[in-house]
Every structure is written in structure tokens, then in C-alpha cells.
Design a protein around this ligand. Structure first.
Ligand code: ASP
Ligand code: MG
Length: 470
């Protein structure tokens, strides 16, 4: 048997009948490969299911039922449109109705107990993936492609951190291989789900999820478990772009990136990939390709081991990204405190509240940190206040340039800072990785900085207007 290629399709790639036919064509067109396909829920289905759980827990069972009826009718219409064969259509309609019936029972239970837990949320949201993958299985079978539906809860073994469960990477490969290889050896394509998993408790399996947008991570984990040849993340954009197209209209797809470069981008604003996706694939050096299901012919972006990229004439800056709504705090070590141990206690505080630090700079007795505010950060700051005063600045943004910054650092840095007037920058971070340089700026100025930098690094010389500085 050839090594497996894992294909993952996101919610917009299967959002309606036309999209489902397109994806069916994509899979059907790859007859000579050994494929496994993973699916997200239909776009917006997960958000609707989250609302169902929340409304139920508030006792508003009427709204919860209405939302579930809406989802069922969306799935039913799709089935009626896509699946022609009467017996497979009626089987699928029955199975899909059962899912939403079970979701309704669960919602009723929640409305009686008025209890909102991540455990019940994981149970309810999973129906989105179970239902969508059923439709895709039938659609492929109808096209004459041997396909078999596989429940992800049988292979995605996780811990019991409901809402953002961690996979059990030791058990996963054996489980997945035992389940998938016999199917693949018969020439059948296993069709399974991203995002959902299960934890084992007293011999029973309880549904979990890997967290929102987690199906990219599922695909990477499955590729790791099956030692895949490569993995394709099919989405609705032409790969990973040189910047955010909503801000920079001339953003273009990047041909290839290293794992490290892509990881930096996912941390600093890139939405096309879940941040954990790159860990399992880079560990086994499995190439990952981001592709557009609406334009299957476009090449997309390859994410590869660093040394495989050197052969192509790499442009040193690959992408410029931006993370908005960032807050900065600056803390000064009080007199008589040893700065290093004082800094240590600040880090411990971030760790205690599980707050990710996006940027950090230190100078003698001062430490500055930038992060995104959440409920946890509010608790953390209250505790920080007790042992040290601090200065807080809100409405900041982090601009990050990703690429091979080590090759010509001098000229590169000069070019970067020529595009941005100094008063706009407040924290500059470079050095821990040769692949990224980040700085903090005001949120209001981030878009124009991004456009200036993009113009300089990616748009042709004749298009560069007089340097725009305010
Ligand atoms: N359906 C899930 C979500 O919307 C998982 C995913 O699409 O990645 O978050
Ligand atoms: Mg996604």
C-alpha cells in the first residue's frame, strides 16, 4: 500500500450543494492515491450548536429547538439536492435526523438542569462534524468512489480537558493504524471528522473536542499517526498569503514556507491554519499544503522542512502579518529586588493564569509584555496589582515580518524601519528566531504600516509611490 495522503476540508469548502460537488470532484479525481479525508462541520454549524447549548442552559429551550430545526433542515435540503440514489438518501436522512434528535434531547436535559458545562458543549457541537461527514461519504459513494464513514471518536483519543482536549499522542498511532489500514488495504477511502475526539473514562468513551478551528490540528495528528506522505488543508483562500487581503488588497499567495515560518504566522494573526497544526507534521517532517477548494487548480502553499526550501530562490521576507487588540504592560522591579527573580515571578503569574505572552522585552529593571486581553488576564492583572504597580497601554497591535531574516539582516532592518516612522514603534523583538521580527504599534496605525511594508517588499518597483510617512 502507498503511503497515505490526508485531505482535510473546512466548513466553507462544503457549505452548499455546489461546494460539496466540487469537493466530491476533487477527491474522485485522485484515483491513484491512497487517501483519507477529514471534514469540518458545514460553515457556521458549530457556532449554531454552541448557541444551542448556551440557550438551553439558560432555559430558553424554544430558541434551542428552533436553531436545531434550522440546522436539520439545512442538512436535509443538502442531502435531497446532492444524494440521488433513493435508498442511500433515505438512510442518510434517517441518520442525520437521529443526530439532531439526540441533540434536541441533550438540549432539553440542559434546559432542565440549567447547567452549562464544556463537557455537554463538546457532546452537542460534535453533531456538526458527524452530520457533514455523512453527507460527503454518501456523495462520494454515489460517484462510484468506495468510501467508508469512520467515527473520529474511535481514533482521536484525548484527555478530559473538555473544550480544548489534548490528544494522547502515544495511543493515537496504534489506534488510527488499526482502524484505517484495513480499510485502505481494500482500496476504500476512509471519511472521518476533524475537531472531535473522545476521552476514556471507566471503559466508556465521552465526547471531547480539540477546541474551535481544531480540525486542521486533527488532520495533522492523523497524518502523524498514519505516517502520511503529505497532508492537504483545503480551504477557501489560495494558500497562505503575503499579508491579510482585507487590509492589503495586493496580498499574493506564497509558494512555500518552512514549518518555523508558518508557525510564527499562526501565532501572529494568520487564520488559515490552527496554531497547533504544525507541531505533529514538523516532528515527522510531513509536508503540508494549503489549497483552495474553490480554485482547485491554483497551486496553494507548501509548508516544508527548512532545507527543502533553500533550493528555490527564496525571497527573504515571506509574509507580513498583524495582530490587533493587544495590550501592553510595563513593570519596574522595586528597589532591593533582584531583577531576574522579579521577572521570574511575573512570568509565573502569566503561567498561573495560562496567559500567552505575545511579545516581551526587558531592560535592566524593567519588563514589558504584550498580550491579548481575556477573562483570565483581568484576574491576572488584579493579582499583579497586589505586588507591583504597572503601566498599561491598550489598543496596540503587533506587526510581524516572517521570512529568512538572518540572510541580510542589516539591509533588511534598514528597509523595514525606513517604512515605519520611529514614533510608531514601541517594542521590537528579534533574535530568538531568525524567522520573525515583531514590533508593537498603535492599533490605528497598523493597517497603514502593513500596506507600506507590503508595498516595499512585494509590489513592483514602479508601483512604489513616494514614501508615505505621517
Ligand atoms: N467545526 C469546528 C469549528 O468551526 C472545527 C473546525 O472547523 O476546524 O471550529
Ligand atoms: Mg479552519
Amino acid at each position: 500500500m502507498n503511503r497515505v495522503t490526508v485531505l482535510k476540508f473546512g466548513g466553507t469548502s462544503i457549505q452548499d450543494a455546489a461546494a460539496i460537488r466540487r469537493v466530491t470532484d476533487i477527491v474522485a479525481g485522485r484515483k491513484n492515491e491512497t487517501l483519507v479525508a477529514l471534514f469540518s462541520a458545514l460553515n457556521q454549524a458549530t457556532n449554531t450548536l454552541i448557541r444551542v447549548a448556551k440557550k438551553s442552559a439558560l432555559g430558553d429551550i424554544e430558541t434551542a429547538r428552533r436553531l436545531l430545526d434550522g440546522l436539520l433542515s439545512r442538512h436535509t435540503s443538502l442531502i435531497n439536492e446532492v444524494i440521488i440514489n433513493p435508498s442511500s438518501r433515505s438512510r442518510l436522512l434517517e441518520k442525520t435526523t437521529d443526530y439532531f434528535h439526540e441533540a434536541k434531547n441533550l438540549a432539553t436535559g440542559l434546559s432542565l438542569t440549567r447547567e452549562f458545562s464544556l463537557r455537554s458543549l463538546d457532546y452537542i457541537v460534535g453533531f456538526g462534524e458527524l452530520a457533514s461527514s455523512g453527507i460527503l461519504t454518501a456523495s462520494l459513494q454515489e460517484r462510484g468512489i468506495p468510501a467508508q464513514w469512520v467515527n473520529a471518536r474511535e481514533w482521536m483519543v484525548t484527555n478530559d480537558d473538555f473544550g480544548h482536549a489534548h490528544p494522547d499522542i502515544k495511543i493515537l498511532p496504534r489506534r488510527a493504524q488499526e482502524l484505517f489500514f484495513p480499510i485502505l488495504e481494500q482500496g476504500i477511502i476512509p471519511i472521518t471528522q476533524g475537531f472531535i475526539g473522545a476521552t476514556e473514562e471507566n471503559g466508556q468513551y465521552t465526547p471531547t473536542t480539540l477546541g474551535l478551528e481544531g480540525s486542521d490540528y486533527s488532520a495533522a495528528l492523523l497524518s502523524y499517526a498514519l505516517d502520511a506522505q503529505h497532508v492537504e488543508i483545503w480551504t477557501d483562500v489560495d494558500g497562505i498569503l503575503t499579508s491579510d487581503p482585507r487590509i492589503v488588497s495586493k496580498s499574493q499567495p506564497i509558494a512555500c514556507l518552512s514549518y518555523e515560518e508558518a508557525a510564527q504566522l499562526t501565532l501572529f494573526g494568520l487564520k488559515a491554519l490552527h496554531p497547533s497544526t504544525l507541531l505533529p507534521v514538523s516532528e515527522k517532517r510531513i509536508p503540508l499544503r494549503v489549497r483552495n477548494s474553490f480554485r482547485a487548480k491554483s497551486p496553494g502553499t507548501w509548508i516544508l522542512p527548512h532545507e527543502q526550501i533553500k533550493e528555490t530562490p527564496a525571497q527573504s521576507i515571506k509574509s507580513i502579518t498583524c495582530k490587533k487588540n493587544v495590550t501592553r504592560i510595563t513593570v519596574h522591579a522595586p528597589p532591593h529586588h533582584v531583577p531576574i527573580s522579579f521577572f521570574g515571578s511575573i512570568y509565573e503569574l502569566f503561567n498561573k493564569f495560562d496567559v500567552t505572552i505575545d511579545l516581551v522585552t526587558t531592560a535592566h529593571r524593567h519588563i514589558s509584555m504584550a498580550f491579548t486581553e481575556t477573562e483570565e488576564t483581568a484576574h491576572m492583572l488584579r493579582e499583579l496589582e497586589i505586588f507591583s504597580p504597572f503601566v498599561m497601554q491598550r489598543n496596540k497591535a503587533i506587526v510581524t515580518l516572517v521570512g529568512d531574516l538572518a540572510s541580510q539582516p542589516g539591509s533588511l532592518f534598514e528597509a523595514i524601519f525606513r517604512q515605519v516612522s520611529e514614533d510608531r514603534i514601541s517594542m521590537i523583538c528579534y533574535g530568538a528566531s531568525d524567522n520573525s521580527l515583531s514590533f508593537l504599534t498603535c492599533r490605528d496605525q497598523a493597517d497603514s504600516i502593513l500596506r507600506n511594508l507590503h508595498r516595499h517588499f512585494f509590489e513592483t518597483a514602479e508601483e512604489i509611490p513616494q514614501e508615505v510617512k505621517s
